[in-house]
Design a protein around this ligand. Structure first.
Ligand code: DGJ
Length: 599
């Protein structure tokens, strides 16, 4: 109807026509006539259409003398595409052209629907997250075979922009936690074509076969359409990274035992896989090359090859960073193949994933093991020279929040506790304008606050933290039971971090720290200049000592402040009790700028 109204002289619709088309050099009268022709042609057929056009052209001519319309809104500016880069052996995640740190939170699996989003955004706001991880479902975007509907994706992106949030979209395609539950119904209805893998017992397992050509073709088609759509709909890159599949691989079977798979398993191992796994020589088949690890290595190669093809096809149309997430094996006692999900990028097969799926930029651990030794070991296993550290999923439990600082200390590019939306909790009422977002209520509310504390501190200083980390100037200390004191080395200075009470107001000047009741301490120290440091964190105490034994430190000046929108805002100079026993960090999100001297 708006076209007809425009021709009749409705000013708003005339502006709409002009603003859309005058920029590309087409006279507005011509467009109006063309559009009417299309409309009328559809409704009444071409004869009626000709008469209508003749009548309407008079109105169009009259409109041509109307006053000039206001300028058209500026077109959305395309921002630089996000990238993972490596410099001087360190990785950075460049978003809008500068290092970025994902302060992430992942929504529950079934939260990627418009009716659920009102339970997602308030949680993200409470957490001070800057990136929401949320699924995109193959079954949703291609409910009818060959017909793509991205309206839900568009809703998520549009609402994310309104909430000033970036997105990590999770492609729930062929694999979701090892199964094919997110394949569209039409694919599930033809299991002989979109086939399950065959277990050792000869029966189909609840897991897709990585050799199913129809599944691969369908996934490639859908994922490519999705990535192409993102390119067109999101020139400002609200979506900064994409996860390809979810915990791909298989539970309960170490590989596909179908005849086609068996034939490949009995054949030679690709040369790049042998090289990646440090094997030299000629091996007639996978068993000869890898013995007891042959089946898991074979399945990793098969799954990675499939996922790599999906990723490469999507990247060819829209080269956003992409990653694959892993359900882990135990990092300390991995157990025999079969005791963990096989095929995904578990630590033992990262080199296979690197060669079989080069379009995947990052192999990432989903960490649900909250034992500190295991947690740190996992970080170590995924922080590799050929792999940036990114934790796209981790337990939201309070004891895990401090490991966000451990990830930072390894130049991690992001961290994202799982399931922190309000779909399982009562959504708190909206906060008054300008007030802090309300905290969640209910039995699991405590899961949210340690992450909120982390992101409240780091959020406003995120760009500085990401840049300092990319430049190799930032280190962290995280409290462990039994190690209340840790030392970080910065050339001429050593920073000593102690956790728990001690010093004035906590045991007397110089008293040894006693550790926090639970290990919650977490501190970052970054060297701004030779003798200048940035210090921030919670539940710890920081002091500095010159590396040279014959020198003593003095605080030249300690500024306490808070970051607001990336800018340090001075609050006061700390001195006296506040510095005599070191610099104390409590539960307040403050930052310190410290100038040191010696005597
Ligand atoms: C790991 C998966 O990747 C998530 O999608 C979700 O299923 C969680 N496990 C649940 O703990």
């Amino acid at each position: 109807m708006w076209l007809l109204a425009g021709v009749r002289g409705h000013p708003a619709s005339r502006i709409l026509i002009e603003s859309r088309y005058s920029q590309i050099g087409i006279p507005v009268e011509r467009i109006a006539l063309d559009m009417i022709a299309v409309r009328f042609g559809r409704i009444f057929g071409s004869a009626t259409c000709v008469a209508a056009i003749a009548a309407c052209s008079v109105a169009v001519t009259l409109q041509a003398q109307a006053p000039a319309p206001p300028p058209a809104p500026a077109p959305v500016k395309e921002r630089p595409i996000p990238k993972v880069v490596k410099k001087d052996g360190r990785y950075g995640f460049m978003v809008d052209g500068a290092p970025y740190l994902m302060l992430g939170a992942q929504a529950h699996n079934s939260s990627g629907w418009p009716n659920m989003l009102p339970k997602v955004w308030p949680a993200m706001e409470y957490l001070h997250a800057n990136t929401l991880e949320i699924p995109v479902y193959w079954e949703q975007i291609e409910a009818k075979k060959g017909q793509f509907d991205f309206s839900v994706v568009d809703t998520i992106i549009t609402q994310a922009r309104a909430h000033n949030m970036r997105l990590d979209l999770l492609w729930f395609g062929t694999w979701k936690n090892g199964s094919q539950h997110y394949m569209p119904e039409w694919a599930k209805a033809e299991p002989e074509k979109y086939s399950h893998l065959i277990g050792r017992n000869g029966s189909p397992a609840d897991s897709p076969s990585p050799f199913a050509a129809a599944s691969l073709e369908g996934d490639i088609r859908a994922f490519t359409a999705f990535m192409r759509h993102l390119k067109a709909f999101d020139p400002q890159h609200t979506v900064i990274i994409v996860q390809v599949e979810n915990e791909s691989g298989t539970w309960g079977s170490t590989r596909d035992y179908s005849p086609a798979a068996q034939k490949l398993f009995d054949g030679p191992v690709p040369a790049d896989v042998l090289k990646a796994m440090g094997k030299q020589g000629d091996f007639p088949n996978w068993t000869a090359a890898f013995a007891g690890e042959a089946e898991v290595n074979f399945h990793a190669w098969a799954v990675a090859t499939y996922v790599g093809k999906v990723a490469a096809a999507g990247k060819a149309v829209n080269p956003l960073p992409m990653y694959a997430n892993a359900a882990l094996r135990d990092p300390i006692k991995p157990g025999a193949p079969g005791s963990y999900e096989a095929g995904g990028p578990t630590d033992n097969v990262i080199p296979i994933w690197k060669v079989a799926a080069p379009a995947i930029d990052i192999e990432s651990p989903d960490i649900y093991n909250s034992d500190p030794v295991a947690y740190l070991k996992i970080l170590d296993l995924y922080h590799r020279d050929d792999n940036p550290l990114f934790v796209p999923e981790t337990s939201g439990s309070p004891g895990v929040a401090r490991f966000f600082f451990s990830v930072l200390g390894l130049q991690g590019i992001g961290f994202s506790p799982f399931g922190l939306d309000y779909t399982t909790l009562p959504t708190p009422p909206p906060a008054a304008p300008g007030a802090a977002p309300a905290a969640p209520t209910g039995p699991t509310q405590d899961q949210y606050s340690p992450t909120a504390l982390n992101y409240r501190l780091i959020g406003p200083m995120m760009r500085d933290v990401a840049r300092l980390n990319f430049e190799g100037k930032l280190q962290t200390a995280v409290e462990e039971s039994g190690t209340p004191t840790q030392t970080l080395h910065f050339g001429p200075w050593n920073a000593t971090i102690s956790f728990g009470a001690g010093g004035r107001g906590g045991g007397g000047r110089g008293a040894a720290p006693a550790a926090n009741p639970n290990p919650t301490g977490r501190v970052l120290v970054a060297q701004l200049e030779d003798n200048k440091f940035l210090v921030a964190g919670y539940y710890g105490r920081v002091d500095f000592r010159p590396a040279a034994a014959d020198k003593r430190r003095q605080f030249m000046r300690v500024d306490e402040g808070t970051y607001e929108n990336g800018v340090f805002k001075f609050l006061r100079i700390l001195n006296g009790d506040e510095t005599d026993s070191g610099l104390r960090l409590s539960a307040e999100p403050i930052a310190l700028r410290v100038s040191l001297g010696v005597y």
